[in-house]
Design a protein around this ligand. Structure first.
Ligand code: ZN
Length: 499
């Protein structure tokens, strides 16, 4: 068998095992009885080791070496050349990290996670402190496997945003911070918007059915997906022909299921739109976390929180939830679902405040890794930034530094992808609006076909073939640029709050 064929066949085997891992993980969070946790953990760990062995095998190393000269002769943007590139990247990253580190990290994060749960419950950071110190040390060691680097944070970021540098992210956020801080100050000086209708009691099944109607109109194909319940909503693909979503319904918080469903459908549409020629390769997924989030945020916010969208859906919404919103006008509803209110909790943050929650975390992560901030001083540094950026100080650590699971799982480099996703969503949106001048009219008729086709053609079909900055540049003519998002925020909230 020639080298390229062998590489493709190995890639397919790896993709198949990863699909099995994904299915076990999906089941764990949806239907598995709690008693199955231990067995499931063992099965998942065995399969993950198998994937690791296959990717880092001497055969793989030799194949990638032998393919170098062939690769040089290929069109660098061809699927074959990209398959070699993406596989080599994964191979090189994995072989650099020692297996002792992997073991120690797995153990440390397992312990840290339960310590974090207890610390959050008791709102006592000291329970988590030594565990986090350990994790920060391990994350620094992780970076050292990739030395030399420009910044100690680069190897962390690269795991989620291939090819992106800390300096690039910092340059972006430096532009975003002052604009959003000032916008929020002006908004909070205005009278608060009435959103009390959002906390009325909404029937669970009716909420789910409404979400199903919305995402069916978006183009989510139920022959290639399904929706189940889970404690934390997520999207999981098992190849590109079966990408499922989950949702959580809260009777007194109708935004949770409604916007959460649109969000997850955005993730699913991305993976369902990957070109079939990338099936069973490491490219059959999104380009990066930020690109993935750009898709979920687009459907959730740019579509789902727009006035055009609700021109079509609001009469239907009022029909279903008559008693809750019969006296609420479309204008009031629109203002309510777009209410800006600085709050302690990231996952509940609105479009105008969300990025600031992320910036705070990014700055603290970087300071911890650089060693300019000690873990013991983290709660204080957190609260100080909350006051500076959002004008609120959490009353306790459970509502502050202990709110997110990420650090307890050793996830460093992940947070910025949320904010980058917001920025990319609007950067793409500006191009879409030029290409589809009737988009607002279409949305007001409940039609999203042209939008989805555009996304498939320009974003989805490429899967992970290109690095995130490369893809954004290809589509918009520049790398990730925060200006479209800042323009969008100022126009939208300028109107809503009469600024
Ligand atoms: Zn998401």
């Amino acid at each position: 068998m020639d080298d390229l064929k062998r590489l493709k066949s190995l890639a397919a085997e790896i993709a198949d095992i990863q699909a099995a891992i994904a299915l076990l993980g999906w089941d764990q969070q949806t239907y598995m009885p709690s008693g199955g946790a231990e067995d499931r953990g063992d099965a998942l760990s065995t399969l993950s080791n198998l994937v690791h062995q296959k990717i880092t095998s001497p055969e793989m190393g030799q194949l990638l070496e032998d393919l170098r000269s062939q690769q040089d002769e290929m069109d660098p943007d061809s699927n074959d050349a990209r398959l070699i590139k993406v596989t080599r990247r994964d191979y090189e990253k994995r072989v650099k990290v020692s297996s002792e580190w992997v073991k120690e990290f797995a153990k440390a994060t397992t312990m840290a996670h339960s310590a974090w749960e207890e610390a959050r419950k008791k709102s006592d950071f000291s329970i988590f402190q030594s565990h986090l110190e350990n994790i920060v040390r391990l994350r620094r060691d992780y970076s050292s496997f990739f030395a030399p680097y420009d910044h100690v944070y680069d190897p962390q970021l690269d795991d989620f945003e291939p090819g992106m540098k800390t300096a690039e992210v910092q340059a972006i956020f430096t532009q975003v911070r002052p604009v959003q801080v000032s916008l929020i100050k002006r908004i909070t000086a205005q009278t608060a918007v009435d959103d009390s209708f959002m906390r009325a009691h909404y029937d669970e099944k009716a909420q789910r059915d409404f979400g199903v109607e919305v995402i069916s109109r978006f183009g989510y194909d139920w022959n290639h997906g399904r929706q189940d319940k889970s404690a934390h909503p997520f999207t999981q693909g098992f190849g590109i022909g079966d990408v499922r979503i989950t949702t959580r319904v809260e009777p007194n918080r109708m935004a949770t299921a409604l916007f959460g469903t649109m969000h997850e459908a955005g993730h699913a549409l991305y993976e369902l739109g990957v070109d079939p020629s990338l099936r069973r390769t490491p490219m059959a997924s999104g380009a990066s976390m930020a690109l993935h989030e750009s898709q979920s945020r687009m459907w959730e916010n740019l579509v789902g929180r727009s006035l055009a969208f609700w021109k079509f859906f609001y009469p239907r919404f009022q029909g279903v939830f008559h008693s809750q919103v019969e006296k609420v006008s479309l204008a009031t509803f629109y203002r309510g679902i777009n209410k800006v209110q600085p709050s302690y909790i990231r996952v509940e943050a609105d479009e105008a405040t969300y990025n600031l929650h992320i910036m705070l975390r990014l700055e603290l992560e970087i300071a911890l890794l650089e060693g300019s901030l000690a873990v013991k001083d983290l709660p204080q540094a957190w609260n100080q930034r909350m006051r500076e950026y959002l004008g609120v100080i959490p009353p306790n650590d459970a509502l502050g530094v202990l709110q997110d699971v990420h650090w307890s799982e050793g996830l460093f480099g992940y947070f910025p992808t949320y904010a980058l996703g917001n920025l990319v969503s609007v950067q793409l949106w500006e191009v879409i609006q030029k290409d589809l001048p009737n988009l607002d009219k279409q949305m007001a008729l409940g039609e999203f076909g042209e939008l989805l086709s555009w996304l498939r053609q320009h974003v989805h079909r490429f899967g992970a073939k290109f690095e995130p900055q490369e893809l954004v540049q290809k589509i918009t003519g520049s790398k990730i640029n925060p200006q479209p998002y800042l323009r969008y925020l100022q126009v939208k909230y300028g109107e809503i709050y009469h600024l």
